[in-house]
Design a binder for this molecule. Structure first.
Ligand code: UDP
Length: 328
């Protein structure tokens, strides 16, 4: 299969590129390197540096390659930042997707695997969350992902753009050979931040909020190993190639862990005491997000295989071997 991967130099995109190539696919990558890293890119991928909002650039890439499936990771993805700069999120994420879909249609490419998020659900009472739950995003990031899903839905109704939208819960960990991993600058995600303490890069961790509706008062999240997550994308691509209808799937483990439980597992994995303190709540954070993964199991045949200790262990192996992250 020939994939065009939008945002292929980012954390999730680069792991997709690695797995897709390892399975014998051809991979073309577009990334503006705003948050992605050139060093994260597999040398076997064909790389174009540019922005998905740049229509003439996209057209040039589509003219050079006959694409079977687009896999779309190119987006801003930080909840906190989206609360400060909502327009950035609507511009890059929503407008970028419109330009991409328009170009795809122009070139007759009508299959897309889309990187969505549990952030589309916002605050929910019922756990685990199923795909049919009412979507009520609690921040502009989640709102932008929901808008992108709706845009794809109507492009399908009107023009036959078939999509699989994958709503990720909390993705963490690194490739099993520790060759690539998570390197955000600045880092805002809990697991890599926690690991910065045993790496000697910070003194302690601040846990945002301890008065949430959860067993220990800290937020509950559902963590999924990056390799499990990527496997679902390859299954989704096969599903689209198999002429199946557009659909939406949660990708999560169906188990929730509090922020304090994450800290405990990280202490066990690293053997470091990892001191912590509580800070104020972070704006836009829902108290609990736990996925039902039944639908992805039934329709895509996908099941996560790695537990939390393996997830944190693989992240630790990457960070220990790349204490400064990627070179550039
Ligand atoms: N979190 C925290 N301290 C940090 C970073 C994150 O307490 O330094 C919390 C955050 O408030 C949330 C959870 O960890 O409750 C997961 O946040 P993350 O940014 O990793 O992922 P998100 O759930 O926002 O996608």
């Amino acid at each position: 299969m020939r994939f065009l991967v939008l945002g292929g130099a980012g954390y999730i995109g680069s792991h997709f590129v690695k797995q897709a190539l390892a399975k014998g696919n051809e991979v073309i990558v577009i990334d503006n390197l705003q948050t992605g890293h050139k060093d994260a890119l597999n040398a076997k991928a064909i790389f174009y540096q540019g922005d998905i909002r740049d229509k003439s650039f996209l057209k040039a890439v589509f003219s050079n390659h006959k694409i079977d499936v687009c896999v779309h990771f190119a987006a801003n993805s930080l909840v906190g930042e989206s609360m400060e700069k909502p327009l950035l999120y609507f511009d890059n994420n929503v407008y970028g997707t419109i330009v991409l879909l328009d170009t795809m249609l122009e070139f007759g490419v009508k299959r897309i695997v889309f990187s969505s998020s549990a952030a589309v659900y916002g605050i929910q009472k019922e756990m685990p969350i199923t795909e049919s739950a009412l979507t009520t995003p609690a921040n502009p990031y989640g709102e932008s992902k929901l808008m992108m899903e709706k845009i794809m839905k109507w492009s399908d109704v009107a023009q036959g753009m078939r999509y699989v939208s994958l709503r990720y819960f909390n993705v963490a960990g690194a490739a099993s050979d520790a060759s690539i991993g998570e390197d955000h600058r600045p880092e805002t995600h809990l697991i890599p931040i926690v690991l910065q303490v045993p790496l000697g890069k910070r003194e302690n961790v601040t846990i945002y909020g301890n008065d949430y509706d959860s067993p220990d008062g800290t937020c509950v999240r559902d963590y999924i190993h990056i390799d499990d997550l990527i496997r679902a994308h390859l299954l989704a691509a096969d599903y689209l190639i198999g002429d199946n209808p557009s659909d939406i799937f949660n990708l999560g483990s169906q188990s929730g862990y509090t922020n304090l439980e994450i800290l405990q597992v990280a202490r066990k994995v690293t053997g470091h005491p990892i001191p912590m303190q509580f800070g104020p709540r972070r704006k836009g954070d829902p108290d609990k997000l736990v996925a039902s993964n039944k639908k992805a199991g039934e329709i895509l045949g996908w099941r996560p295989e790695n537990d939390l200790e393996t997830i944190i262990g693989s992240a630790w192996a990457y960070h220990r071997s790349h204490p400064q992250g990627y070179k550039e």
